[in-house]
Design a protein around this ligand. Sequence first.
Ligand code: SAM
Length: 351
Amino acid sequence: MITEHDITLNVKLPKKVSREMDVFYNPLMVSNRNISITLLNALGKKKLNLALPLAGSGIRALRFLKEVKNIEKLFVNDFKENFKKKFNNALKSNNLKFTKIKIFNEDASQFLFKQKKLDYIDVDPFGSPNPFLPSAVQAISKGGILAITSTDTAALTGTYPKVTQRKYWGRNIKNYMMHEIGLRILIRKVQLQGIQFDKALIPILSYHKDHYFRVYFISEKGKEKCDALLKQHHYLLYNPKTLEFKTSRFNLEKGFDYIGPLWIGKLKDKKLVDKMCKVSFPEEQKFLETIRDEKDIFGFYDLNVVGSKYKLQTPNMQETLKKLKGTRTHFSLTGVKTGKSLKEVIGLLKS
Ligand SMILES: C[S@@+](CC[C@H](N)C(=O)[O-])C[C@H]1O[C@@H](n2cnc3c(N)ncnc32)[C@H](O)[C@@H]1O
């Protein structure tokens, strides 16, 4: 028996978690589940209709039933054989009522295409979310929250640039900002799925953690809102010799490599994250506070990378943050987000 918070599950855990497991449960993803519960409670919406099209062991659904306030209906689906029976057993053994639940055992896209007006959809697949984006975007209601996980980190961080291009419609090449870049390429890809149907998907919380990317979008309606999103799809120009970077509508400038197109807009709704920090699980507190305090601007400087390039002594983090009027970033322990240019940063680090 496995216990996660107040839920117990009868799951066989192999040495290595894999998609071949009879019932899929990944203990490493507890942070992902904790943060989704914190976000739903911080949003404080009433009468929520939630859908978990890729439910796995059902752990997230079971925890939602115990821990999320104001659930009206919870739609749970997985195409694994015997899913209904196993999920029903888990409900019983955790003394949870069946009234709010509808259980499905079919392909996730088919399940989503049949749903209407969902306030929250959690797309939490193995690897890429791509196969489920069209149906999830279609099923999300106006004002609803679309939560997307991607564990497709190699593709998104540019290990294979051709794969990034093919699957995520942008270029990534490895550099120290690869996780922020991967996240922003993913955001644009999801937004394009919505824009074609006049749905503007605006990030309210986006992060990279452990081996996964996660973005929560609020879905708004309207051509103008979609046009406003498109205006924030730019290229990143990066000079690997000097480490200079900037965003641009164009992808050609002497000395610079281009990356993207990608989302250059905000990664979070600060008020929401502030609220989340007040009701968070203790184990997620520090991580969420780092995100809350992080300047919501594009890119960062990695002190080790800049230091070794320009032969600077490794600077003390606290002093450096003051000097650069910067903040830490959750993307890197040695990263600093600041509005200052590379030239200014080097000057200040030397002083
Ligand atoms: C990563 S697991 C989900 C983990 C779960 N969301 C959690 O929080 O623990 C992915 C699940 O999606 C299911 N799955 C994969 N492709 C599917 C499809 N096309 N339709 C329905 N279920 C699918 C798998 O059986 C697996 O249980």
